[in-house]
Design a protein around this ligand. Structure first.
Ligand code: SAH
Length: 215
């Protein structure tokens, strides 16, 4: 099997650049993070496949293309502070850490949060929070961008409120637990919100108070 660096080069060329991911910083970030360290050891041989993979508790590490697509859609800058909802394996947070100054990432499942915290020790810009991310992270707001890696029925009002002026929120929204549209919401400097549809996606469900099991 080719070494990990070579596999990443191929992933970037065939799965990302070939599908229209253009940002040099995003492509460099995807080239930098060893995805095999974020999947269960028995699946490390599949780390650069063009697919999500199981990480336990019925959850998945996102497909590389989706991680790159969301990072590009969030229009990140090096000084940004970012909130990621749904740490999962920690892979998305490690990619974001290449692109911005601070990453606050929230995971609701204790075992996944603990494992991700361990893997992300070498990324000092990242803090893993064990909490219900559907309520955002009021203590660390406002955020220049919020990236959500679980699909919810609606856009929680608390997330909009936690965006800085000019901030971007990228998330998968309804209509069912397994099938969503990726949307980008921008908080304009005048306080209004704009919303764009970026296409069909398939994420695991957002749970918690403002997720599928909320009231
Ligand atoms: N970015 C992750 C994707 C993990 S899948 C990665 O690259 O591995 C989505 C994650 O969202 C799951 O781990 C799930 O437990 C978590 N999640 C679902 N609802 C949540 C909520 N309300 N708050 C925080 N995390 C949540």
């Amino acid at each position: 099997m080719p070494d990990s660096t070579t596999q990443r080069e191929r992933m970037v060329a065939h799965q990302l650049a070939a599908r229209g991911i253009r940002g040099p910083a995003v492509l460099a970030a995807m080239r930098a993070v060893p995805r095999e360290r974020f999947v269960p050891p028995e699946l490390s041989g599949l780390a650069y496949e063009d697919t999500p993979l199981p990480i336990g508790e019925g959850q998945t590490i996102s497909q590389p293309y989706v991680v790159a697509l969301m990072a590009e859609a969030a229009r990140l800058s090096p000084h940004d502070t970012v909130l990621e909802i749904g740490t999962g394996s920690g892979y998305g947070a490690a990619v974001l850490a290449q692109l911005v100054a601070r990453v606050e990432t929230v995971e609701i499942r204790p075992a996944l949060a603990a494992a991700a915290r361990e893997r992300l020790k070498e990324y000092p810009q990242v803090t893993v929070h064990l909490a219900d991310g559907s309520l955002g992270l009021p203590g660390c707001a406002p955020f220049d961008a919020i990236l959500v890696s679980a699909g919810g029925p609606t856009v929680p009002e608390t997330w909009r409120e936690q965006l800085a002026p000019g901030g971007r929120l990228v998330m998968p929204v309804g209509p069912s637990r397994e099938l969503q549209r990726l949307v980008r919401i921008v908080r304009c400097p005048d306080g209004a919100f704009s919303q764009e549809d970026l296409g069909a996606v398939r994420f695991v469900p957002l749970i918690g108070a403002r997720g599928w099991d909320g009231s």
